[in-house]
Design a protein around this ligand. Structure first.
Ligand SMILES: Cc1cc2nc3c(=O)[nH]c(=O)nc-3n(C[C@H](O)[C@H](O)[C@H](O)COP(=O)(O)OP(=O)(O)OC[C@H]3O[C@@H](n4cnc5c(N)ncnc54)[C@H](O)[C@@H]3O)c2cc1C
Length: 379
């Protein structure tokens, strides 16, 4: 692996740093899990997009900078170091967009990607169902053929951002007679305000509606909103899941910035001896994660497909995030309990890391079976 960056990459880094220094809001935006916060974050996406910073790795014609994967990783380091706001459009930009770029039609890319880049259309991921989480292939929401499109019915759950988002993408069973549960699934995009959709927000630990359940009753979706071939949804969805776990969901910049904030907090508290090792571990972990991610990116850019090693990434960053926040709360003592504090809020979110994007128990099974060659566990 060659870790020297090209002059173009370094130029991008310097340009991003200068732009962020001039534009990052001085006062943190309200939580994006509230209506007002969602609107403020949408406006921030528009500000980023106006100067082509919202999706740096995408082609220019869709709003990006053609900066590629390495450019994106460098940009993310600058972004989080600058203390910039969390990204409200992440489900779309990091999950749906790579899927569309790989499997969508040129018409779909031209129609869907620019308003996604600008935050005008914010997307939710509608995969999980009450009886289909870890075992996603057991999903039962249906897509039934209709004139010029499909009618969607069923229930989706734990859909992040869906309380305030505009559209969603998900998997639906279009051939209930298929031999195996992974077959006969279709990947579709739909409007959260379409007739037949009921969005019911679900409160989080902090009471905010981070998620929603979606109830679908014969929601019409035109053929143009099917991604890939009908019946091929599983294969297409798995390319999204690989992206999510392996590279795009949690960039190392986020953890490097948090580890540096933790060091600053430790120093501000007089460098207490009892926390020294845990603070050092957080910095080492964040740097190790950075190297691991750059290694994966190099392999990907050299034409390799990302495989089961993405599960190691997922387990690593989710545990790092938890350890980092727990150390910060220990350093803060009773003060850390204040629910509005950034570390307390970050901790509540970190608690969910081992669950979303595929639970860590499942990732460990994948590591055991596919990377270590251990026998299959009893299911
Ligand atoms: C913060 C957050 C955001 C989310 N956002 C979204 C979203 O935007 N869109 C979306 O579609 N979903 C989302 N989810 C849902 C998430 O993907 C599921 O919660 C996850 O896949 C687990 O499914 P489940 O909740 O049904 O748990 P289950 O699958 O019922 O699992 C329960 C427990 O059993 C364990 N388990 C299950 N099967 C096995 C097995 N075979 N071997 C070993 N252990 C097993 C699991 O690891 C887990 O500990 C989100 C979840 C969280 C927490």
């Amino acid at each position: 692996m060659d870790l020297t960056f090209s002059p173009a990459d370094e130029e991008l880094r310097a340009e991003a740093r200068a732009w962020l220094a001039a534009h990052v809001p001085r006062v943190p935006l309200p939580s994006l899990e509230t209506a007002a916060g969602f609107a403020a974050h949408r406006a921030w996406e528009a500000e980023l997009a106006a100067d082509h910073w919202s999706v740096v790795s995408w082609p220019r014609r869709y709003g990006g900078r053609d900066a590629g994967l390495l450019g994106w990783l460098l940009f993310e380091e600058e972004y989080w170091a600058a203390g910039a706001p969390g990204r409200v459009g992440q489900n779309g930009t990091d999950l749906l967009a790579p899927t569309l770029l790989a499997h969508g039609t040129p018409e779909q890319c031209a129609r869907v990607l620019p308003p996604m880049a600008s935050g005008e259309v914010v997307w939710a991921q509608a995969w999980s169902e009450p009886e289909a989480g870890s075992d996603l292939a057991s999903l039962s929401s249906r897509a039934v053929r209709a004139d010029g499109g499909w009618l969607l019915s069923g229930q989706k759950t734990w859909s992040s951002r869906a309380a305030f988002a505009d559209r969603a993408f998900g998997l639906f069973r279009s051939d209930p007679g298929a031999e195996r549960p992974h077959q006969g699934l279709t990947y579709l995009m739909f409007d959260l305000r379409a007739r037949g959709v009921t969005v019911r927000p679900i409160g989080r630990l902090d009471g905010r509606p981070a998620f929603a359940e979606l109830f679908l009753d014969e929601v019409f979706v035109p053929d143009g909103d099917v991604i890939g071939e009908p019946g091929q949804g599983w294969r297409i969805a798995m390319s999204t899941a690989g992206n999510e776990r392996g590279l795009t969901l949690r960039s190392p910049g986020r953890f490097l910035a948090a580890a540096h904030r933790l060091v600053a907090l430790w120093r501000a508290r007089g460098c207490p001896e009892h926390a020294r090792e845990r603070v050092a571990d957080a910095v080492i972990g964040a740097r190790a994660y950075r190297l691991f991610t750059y290694a994966a990116a190099s392999r990907f850019l050299a034409g390799d497909r990302l495989g089961p090693e993405t599960s190691m990434n997922k387990v690593f960053w989710s545990e790092l995030d938890l350890a980092l926040h727990e150390t910060a709360l220990d350093l803060l003592g009773p003060e850390g309990e204040a629910a509005e504090g950034a570390w307390a809020q970050g901790y509540v979110f970190a608690l969910a890391g081992p669950v979303y994007a595929g639970t860590n128990e499942i990732q460990r099974d994948i590591i055991a079976e596919r990377l270590l060659g251990l026998p299959k566990g009893r299911r």
